[in-house]
Design a protein around this ligand. Sequence first.
Ligand SMILES: NC(=O)c1ccc[n+]([C@@H]2O[C@H](COP(=O)([O-])OP(=O)(O)OC[C@H]3O[C@@H](n4cnc5c(N)ncnc54)[C@H](OP(=O)(O)O)[C@@H]3O)[C@@H](O)[C@H]2O)c1
Length: 213
Amino acid sequence: MLHKKCLILGASRGLGLALKSKLVKVPLISVSRTGESDIKIDLSKERAVDDVLSLVIKEEIEVVYYVAGGGPHGDFFSKPWHSHEWAFKLNAMTPLGIIEKIPKKVEFVYLGSAIAERSESKDSLSYSWSKKLVKKAVLSSSNKNLLIFSPPYMDTGLLPKGAWPRLECPNLVLKADVVADALLSWMETRGPDERCFDWIKRFDYDLPKGFEL
Ligand SMILES: NC(=O)c1ccc[n+]([C@@H]2O[C@H](COP(=O)([O-])OP(=O)(O)OC[C@H]3O[C@@H](n4cnc5c(N)ncnc54)[C@H](OP(=O)(O)O)[C@@H]3O)[C@@H](O)[C@H]2O)c1
């Protein structure tokens, strides 16, 4: 597995960068908007789907990690519409557009969120529902190379400094390094029908009492 040619979408920071650092011996192309990635693509733009698909075909990519993600936090209507549009495009429209046309032999791994997929919180509606949508779509497909890996909280720039998990349960906020190891280990050992890795189910992850998932 770890010799397959990879494309990491969202590789300049956080989990994507951790993943990249563990795949140094693997042929790999990294993508982001900023930082030291090989290619700059803004995955929230409409042409990103075609750009990524061309790259996959031209470079004979065997595994795509769709790691980029994000969205506004707070009451839905207090946030500008363009921030929701951005979140829908980055977390749902672009990955779904890629999934629709990607060659079936290519493994496509979407980074879900074990919290957002369960959460009824109104503070991240565009992000959470995009994550839920892509998970449902991936699992409804008969293409066994569409995979979803859903970690819980991670200690990256995506989780704001004052976010409650950092304050209330810092032990539940995982290092990106640890999550990257788990992802790569799953990719090596998963069975052919195993398409979904949910950190909360897998590790009996124990959120504090009072936090309703
Ligand atoms: N952090 C958490 O608590 C947490 C929990 C569960 C799941 N997740 C999921 O795990 C994944 C990785 O999250 P993270 O915490 O590592 O995030 P992060 O630290 O904010 O890094 C996000 C990466 O995505 C890239 N990116 C963002 N917008 C992009 C765009 N429009 N076009 C291209 N690249 C873009 C960023 O690069 P540039 O800014 O340079 O473009 C960066 O490399 C995401 O899908 C996230 O939803 C995160």
